[in-house]
Design a protein around this ligand. Structure first.
Ligand SMILES: C[S@@+](CC[C@H](N)C(=O)[O-])C[C@H]1O[C@@H](n2cnc3c(N)ncnc32)[C@H](O)[C@@H]1O
Length: 236
């Protein structure tokens, strides 16, 4: 997937343009959080798909990603809001920001990559990612993490054991609670479903989507949320 993020941002965008055709992510994010006039820090902003759900409401977005290629696509996609957008290259764990700037810290489908890269260190990964998110978030702020609970599956579940461990660490060690939404894809044809899902998720998914032979590919997504000042926690 890193090769895709470094070289195929527009193809990635083509895939996700078919995702969440029922707008459940958009509706959930807009209903649940107080975006008006807020400063948002978004890690792993990619091509700006999550950003597009809230940017019209907020005061400013500080968006980061390790891939310059994805950031270029984000800048194109988010051009109508250029006056309130600052984009820059950064790792999730080294955001070039002072402490306590964000009313809302958000990431979508981006933290899980770090857990997958370091499967034997899930708890340390969760600690590093959450401590940087906490650092840049105001004491009154909220941390929102959006991660996969499976594509082309009929029940929500972490698609890899390492992600299941990571999600458990978020909940048991960092006090997050999560909701599950559907973010089903709707493609123009079964062939397009097979091609775009195969391009991003690989051969096994290509074969499974071909076997489904449908324009609809079901998907589940988890939204993990915590107030910065969570009960029983001490912060600097
Ligand atoms: C699946 S994409 C999600 C992009 C966007 N949030 C979205 O919802 O479409 C994952 C993004 O996270 C970025 N990423 C992965 N690991 C990262 C890391 N350790 N630090 C910064 N960015 C990272 C990738 O470059 C990619 O743009």
């Amino acid at each position: 997937m890193y090769e895709i993020y470094d070289h195929y941002a527009s193809e990635y965008d083509a895939l996700i343009s078919h995702e969440d055709h029922e707008n459940n992510l958009y509706n959930t994010l807009r209903d649940r959080f107080h975006w008006h006039g807020a400063t948002i820090v978004e890690a792993g902003i990619g091509t700006g798909r999550v950003t597009r759900t809230y940017i019209d409401l907020v005061s400013q977005v500080l968006g980061f990603d390790r891939s310059e290629h994805m950031l270029e696509e984000a800048a194109r996609n988010l051009a109508p809001w250029v006056g309130k957008l600052r984009l820059g290259p950064a790792e999730h764990t080294a955001l070039p920001l002072p402490d306590g700037v964000a009313d809302i810290f958000i990431e979508g489908w981006a933290f899980g990559h770090v857990a997958v890269d370091r499967p034997d260190e899930t708890q340390a990964v969760a600690r590093e990612l959450i401590s940087e998110a906490e650092r840049v978030t105001k004491q009154s702020g909220t941390i929102v993490l959006i991660e996969t609970l499976g594509t082309n599956t009929d029940e929500p579940a972490a698609p890899l054991p390492v992600l299941s461990h990571f999600y458990r660490a978020l909940e048991e060690e960092h006090g997050f609670i999560h909701d599950v939404i559907r973010t089903d894809y709707l493609f123009d044809s079964p062939d397009q479903a097979e091609e775009l899902c195969g391009f991003f998720f690989g051969k096994e998914m290509r074969d499974a989507v071909r076997a489904r032979d449908d324009v609809n590919v079901p998907e589940f997504t988890g939204i993990w949320v915590r107030a910065q000042r969570a009960p029983g926690r001490t912060h600097r």
